[in-house]
Design a protein around this ligand. Structure first.
Ligand SMILES: *[C@@H]1O[C@H](CO)[C@@H](O)[C@H](O)[C@H]1NC(C)=O
Ligand SMILES: *[C@@H]1O[C@H](CO)[C@@H](O)[C@H](O)[C@H]1NC(C)=O
Length: 321
């Protein structure tokens, strides 16, 4: 767990050498503010120092050949370094926490959680359709990251100031992608996700039911045979009503409609005025999801369905072959 005196001494000497010789051509870390490691990683060292910084904590990781990630907090001044276990999953073993920053060993300049790379991040109710942004090949916010891109729009915590969607150039180079993760975040927590097998898919077709590997709603969603076709493009009506990223039961009545998730991507829905509990779609997109393990409804006549909820952020992550 912790190191003895000689380990600490070695650490301080190495930090000093590292700083003196410049650390630029050594192992690189991508730091992700707002993330904290909670499980499935073996702690190598943990220490506390005033004015704890990324440089200091990364340096202590760098000197351990086993170290692949670390986290530190400028609030508690603690740094801890870790070796990942093979079962390490950055979506369950790392949680959002605004006081902590996690560093991952990597030489890529992208937003990551371990081997997952963020390729799209939609912010709710900013008045810009999320599907039109997904297919807009003129919009590349990275490769490299544009200097004026708001940092809040890359975060999965503390993102209240975000006013645009993020779209990576990777969306237009959809190759060697093994898995894609559709992830919904509310109040700094991932509240629902679906992992798709993206092998041989393109940037639109990965979002389909027969590619689902697991999700918050497994196994109900994987085997359901009474859904509208699960797809990203969804349905639009008269250019003023659009449901995207749709996973819902075939239409019956607005009042009792059931779904897993869909995005209201225009300022309104034909069901909202008289038949839904959630009615304000004057701003969009609105990311609706079921907060349970099965379907939900936002209809006024929900029967036994739980009430659906609205997420703050929709994000898509990919894992390469
Ligand atoms: C760094 O990137 C190069 C090219 O993108 C890749 O071939 C190499 O494996 C990467 N190294 C590490 C340690 O990730
Ligand atoms: C596509 O993105 C570009 C660059 O951000 C933007 O100027 C343009 O208006 C977008 N087009 C559409 C149809 O949204």
């Amino acid at each position: 767990m912790s190191v003895g005196r000689s380990g600490t001494c070695l650490l301080l000497v190495s930090v000093a050498l590292g700083l003196a010789s410049g650390v630029t051509d050594q192992a690189k870390f991508v730091k992700e503010p707002g993330q904290k490691i909670v499980s499935n990683a073996d702690q190598l060292v943990s220490f506390s120092k005033p004015a704890m910084s990324n440089i200091l904590c990364a340096a202590s990781c760098r000197i351990h050949s086993d170290c692949s990630l670390y986290h530190f907090s400028p609030v508690t001044n603690i740094c801890a370094t870790f070796k990942e276990r093979s079962s390490f999953d950055p979506f369950t073993d790392v949680v959002f926490d605004k006081d902590w920053t996690t560093g991952y060993l990597s030489n890529a300049s992208s937003v990551r959680r371990g081997s997952w790379v963020l390729v799209f991040r939609g912010q709710s109710r900013i008045g810009v359709p999320v599907y039109d942004t997904w297919v807009n090949t003129s919009k590349h916010d990275d490769g490299p990251l544009l200097g004026d891109f708001p940092y809040a729009c890359l975060r999965l915590t503390d993102y209240k100031q975000c006013n645009r969607h993020f779209r990576s150039h990777i969306v237009d180079k959809w190759v060697n992608i093994q898995e894609a993760r559709f992830s919904l975040v509310k109040a700094d927590t991932e509240v629902a996700y679906i992992v798709f097998d993206a092998t041989g898919s393109d940037k639109i077709s990965w979002f389909s039911q027969n590619r689902i590997l697991h999700s918050t709603w497994s196994p109900a969603l994987d085997t359901a045979n009474d859904l509208q076709p699960v797809n990203m493009k969804g349905n639009c009506y008269k250019n003023s009503i659009c449901r995207r990223f749709q996973i819902y039961q075939k239409y019956k009545y607005c009042k009792s409609e059931a779904f897993y998730t869909f995005t209201v991507d225009m300022a309104g829905d034909s069901c909202s005025e008289s038949s839904w509990v959630l009615r304000d779609f004057s701003t969009f997109p609105v990311f609706l999801y079921s907060p349970g393990t099965g379907r939900c409804s936002i209809g006024t006549d929900r029967g036994s369905y739980i009430l659906g909820d609205e997420a703050d952020v929709m994000s898509v992550w990919v894992k390469f072959v």
